[in-house]
Design a protein around this ligand. Structure first.
Ligand SMILES: Cc1ncc(COP(=O)(O)O)c(C=O)c1O
Length: 372
């Protein structure tokens, strides 16, 4: 098999036609309203409310600050139970708010927090569960809800990767007390950078919107110690335009995921997550599990693929529970058997709408050739 010339990256941002962005920018030039809750921002907020089928939604400059402000708005204290198998932002916002992350093990079949292992980690100091829909696969929302109700805990979902996902026909934005979606460039749906909070309790709206604007209240000055987490108009127009295209992007990715499943299914030592019938997926990622039956370890496969110009990602290693940056912080851990197992074996393959069938073939053939 001949080596391809151009690198295949793990993802590529979706961009709308440049003429459309240029047209939309003209409105910004006319209004001279660049940021601070401008007309495009307002329109984007309304469109997303409809799109995600939620009553309450606020926009932020990025997902990390959105999650950070969600924690602040809820005045959480003490311990927060979360998953170690996630992007740094999830646990960083717990630690940076002076809270103690309690890392709970994950399920082998979803890579998400294992609800069966949550209860034993609850103490009188626990104030919330911060679960993640990792790779866009929904966490077990029903069981998490039951536990939260039993112990009177708040549930926040880091749905950064789960835009557009549905559970039994219902928008994933409607589960938990607050959900956060990231609209970062690498996500299925992007606004360059961006963050969204959806929430059930309308009374949070005012507080969240004060917090994202330095705590400023018109005529009164800062009423809260807020920050600058405002989305600007350029982000909002990118989001508005991409909203017209992202379902197409998901359809293309769905087809790529189907090809991966078909082409990798008989390779010994390579497996992937099973799809559940009641879930509408967004195909944000295509993680595979490289087990001992494969000729090479996950790390060796990663290196060999680079030699073939294919760039995958070792999501998620190290686990958040092993970060050097938490060495002098208070953190707690359950038995993280599955999380440790997966951290050494999961590899995310390239997936994005523009990935060609030939490139998918090439990636699968490379993995096949390395399998013996
Ligand atoms: C699971 C998870 N949480 C949080 C974030 C942070 O979002 P952002 O990059 O928009 O700040 C990301 C994405 O980058 C993510 O994948």
């Amino acid at each position: 098999m001949s080596r391809i010339k151009e690198s295949i990256l793990v993802t590529k941002p979706f961009l709308p036609p440049i003429e459309e962005y240029y047209e939309a920018m003209k409105d910004i030039w006319s209004s001279k309203w660049l940021t601070n809750n401008g007309p495009k921002h307002k329109k984007f907020e309304r469109c997303l409310e409809d799109h995600l089928e939620v009553d309450n939604l606020s926009l932020f400059v990025n997902g990390t600050l959105a999650l950070d402000l969600a924690i602040k708005a809820l005045d959480l204290d003490g311990e927060v139970i979360t998953t170690p198998f996630t992007f740094a932002a999830t646990s960083h916002v717990i630690v940076s708010n002076g809270l103690i992350p309690v890392f709970c093990d994950i399920e082998l079949n979803t890579f998400n927090i294992d609800p069966e292992k949550i209860e034993s980690l609850i103490t009188e100091k626990t104030s919330a569960i911060l679960a993640v829909h990792i790779f866009g696969n929904p966490a077990n929302v029903q069981k998490i809800e039951e536990i939260a109700n039993k112990y009177n805990l708040k549930v926040i979902y880091d749905a950064a990767q789960a835009f557009g996902v549905e559970i039994n026909g219902e928008s994933i934005a409607n589960f938990g007390y607050i959900s956060m979606f990231s609209l970062h460039a690498t996500k299925v749906f992007n606004s360059i950078e961006g963050g969204v909070l959806t929430y059930k309790d309308v009374s949070l709206k005012e507080k969240l919107e004060l917090l994202r604007n330095f705590g400023y209240c018109k005529g009164k000055g800062p009423q809260l110690v807020g920050t600058n987490a405002k989305m600007n108009e350029f982000q909002a127009i990118m989001g508005l335009l991409n909203l017209n295209y992202y379902q197409q992007e998901i359809e293309k990715r769905k087809d790529i995921a189907k090809q991966y499943r078909e082409k990798l299914k008989d390779i010994s030592g390579i497996s992937y997550l099973k799809e559940q019938d009641n879930i509408k997926y967004n195909y944000a990622y295509f993680p595979i599990i490289v087990t001992d039956e494969f000729h090479f370890s996950r790390d060796e496969l990663f290196e060999k693929l680079i030699k073939n110009n294919i760039y995958t990602k070792k999501y998620y290693t190290p686990l958040c529970s092993n970060y050097d940056s938490y060495r002098d912080k208070d953190i707690l851990k359950g038995h993280l058997t599955n999380a440790n197992f997966l951290a050494d074996r999961v590899l995310s393959l390239p997936i994005y709408g523009d990935l060609t069938n030939q490139e998918v073939d090439y990636i699968c053939n490379c993995i096949f050739d390395l399998s013996s």
